[in-house]
Design a protein around this ligand. Structure first.
Ligand SMILES: Nc1ncnc2c1ncn2[C@@H]1O[C@H](COP(=O)(O)OP(=O)(O)O)[C@@H](O)[C@H]1O
Ligand code: SF4
Ligand SMILES: [Mg+2]
Length: 385
């Protein structure tokens, strides 16, 4: 049994399943349905993923494709219609609510809206220490020490310890949100668009905090964002989601340098770049991803992307594409498209959106190379917050 599994057993009294995989987080074939006034919709439709210790998986896809629902299903905050979530070998769905509460400190979430997730009446030290109290971790002295360490890790000065959330900047509030998430020493951090609600000038700082933490704390991280440059910067692997399903997964360099699914290709090319030599190219790419998003209440038959895909055939309407390895058998690159090989083999002119450029210098996350006017993460000075 690994140290992490031993910690999980100590916390819950539940043993990992025999033969459980070495992944710290294993999500298998998860389906989440919602009953709405307009009918039943399937927000997540058969998604599987694995995360190893120290690994970051970036999850991208446009608004409404099911990213937050998947995150909430992993956190056991919405009921799953089907599928399983194993954390450190333990099937979270099989736990009683009491056992689940005991297990929660091993998987924590950072939310999009930091202010909304903080109790306005509690000061910074109390907010960060709250998960330790709730999970009955340590005593008063050790909790104070853990809080101070967490504050230091996220770059919060000790002088803000007695401030209320309303007295903090947006960046400070999100640092508190991150400190709360890491103070219980989780194995997995689920970050749901943690910078989307922040001022442009502060986003890079928060990204850099997360980047440092994942290395220092050996966290497995699921990082959700609709901004591709953020995902590229932070992620070892990337999953691209469309209408409740994954359409492409692979290492960050595979997905960004050799995207195989037409949707991924469109997403990548629709990011403005300084060297984007052709406005037409950008226009083509944007057409691929900005067309009307079909409703999850009535998704297209076969391949869900077919109503926007320029390569769609009758087969695409009739058959749901299976996952195929886009490389050698042991290659982690997977694509859900009937025609990805033909598309990849077609003339470069017909794939104006593929970029084979190397990733920009990943450290630190200040994007001086981004296109003019699209520098959401450039930070000219480290704001003292
Ligand atoms: N509690 C809910 N009840 C009904 N529908 C929901 C609920 N939560 C999310 N949805 C629907 O599920 C779909 C996916 O939403 P969400 O997971 O929030 O997407 P994303 O995070 O990718 O923007 C959307 O159509 C959304 O309206
Ligand atoms: S399966 Fe067909 S419709 Fe779907 S992405 Fe591939 S070519 Fe396009
Ligand atoms: Mg969301």
């Amino acid at each position: 049994m690994s140290d992490a599994e031993a910690a999980a057993v100590a916390a819950t009294g539940v043993s990992p399943e025999a033969g459980a995989s070495s992944a710290v987080l294993e999500v298998n074939d998860v389906v989440v349905d919602f009953d709405t006034d307009a009918g039943r919709l399937t927000a997540v439709n058969g998604v599987s993923l694995q995360l190893a210790t120290g690994e970051t998986l970036g999850l991208v896809g446009e608004s409404g494709c099911g990213k937050s629902t998947l995150a909430r299903a992993i956190m056991q905050l919405v009921p799953m219609t089907q599928g399983s979530v194993h954390l450190e070998g333990i099937d979270l769905g099989s736990l009683s609510s009491r056992e689940l509460r005991r297990m929660r400190h091993r998987i924590q979430m950072v939310f999009q809206d930091p202010r909304g997730s903080l109790d306005p009446r509690m000061n910074v030290a109390a907010l960060i220490g709250e998960p330790l109290r709730v999970h009955r971790i340590g005593d008063r002295t050790s909790r104070a020490r853990e809080v101070a360490e967490a504050m230091e890790l996220v770059g919060l000065p000790a002088r803000v310890a007695d401030r209320l959330p309303s007295e903090l900047s947006g960046g400070q509030q999100q640092r508190v949100g991150i400190a709360r998430a890491i103070v219980t020493d989780p194995a997995v951090l689920v970050c749901d668009e943690p910078v989307s609600a922040l001022d442009v000038s502060i986003q890079a700082q928060i990204i850099n905090v997360l980047d440092e933490l994942r290395g220092e704390l050996d966290l497995a991280m699921l990082f959700i964002a609709h901004d591709l440059s953020v995902v590229r910067h932070l992620s070892d692997r990337v999953a691209v989601m469309y209408l409740g399903q994954f359409v492409e997964t692979g290492t960050s360099s595979q997905v960004f340098s050799e995207p195989r699914h037409p949707y991924t290709q469109g997403l990548i090319s629709s990011v403005p770049r300084a060297d984007a030599d052709s406005a037409a190219r950008l226009q083509t790419a944007r057409r691929l991803v900005l067309g009307e998003l079909p409703s999850l209440l009535d998704p297209p038959s076969g391949c869900r992307y077919r109503t926007r895909c320029p390569y769609a055939t009758e087969q695409c309407a009739a058959e749901e594409p299976p996952s195929e390895a886009a490389g050698p058998a042991d290659d982690p690159h997977s694509v859900w498209c009937h025609h990805w090989r033909t598309i990849a083999e077609s003339a470069p002119d017909s794939q104006p959106f593929i970029t084979t450029e190397p990733a920009p210098d990943p450290q630190p996350f200040a994007t001086s190379q981004a296109a003019p006017g699209s520098q959401p993460f450039a930070t000219s000075e480290e704001q003292a917050i």
